[in-house]
Design a protein around this ligand. Sequence first.
Ligand SMILES: [Zn+2]
Ligand SMILES: [Zn+2]
Length: 91
Amino acid sequence: MSGRTGASNPNWKGGVSPERQRLYASAEWREVVRAVKRRDGGCVECGSAAELHVHHIESFAEFPSLRLHPLNLETLCRPCHYEKHRKGVKP
Ligand SMILES: [Zn+2]
Ligand SMILES: [Zn+2]
């Protein structure tokens, strides 16, 4: 793994559809990410505060209307996030 992580990594399993890139580049997304991270105060699985991602609880692909909904988002550190998707949660 090099320095690039998460959604900005082109090898990220979640894919890099234009839709996803557009969302992640938007001001709305950055705003909601800041709010969710502040709400959770770190990874909700292990409490880590390093390399935090915001994860879509209901699939990004299957529930477009929930993409920016704070209740559908949770803060995970990178290892917990990968683990979650490795277990079969769809991105
Ligand atoms: Zn964690
Ligand atoms: Zn995720």
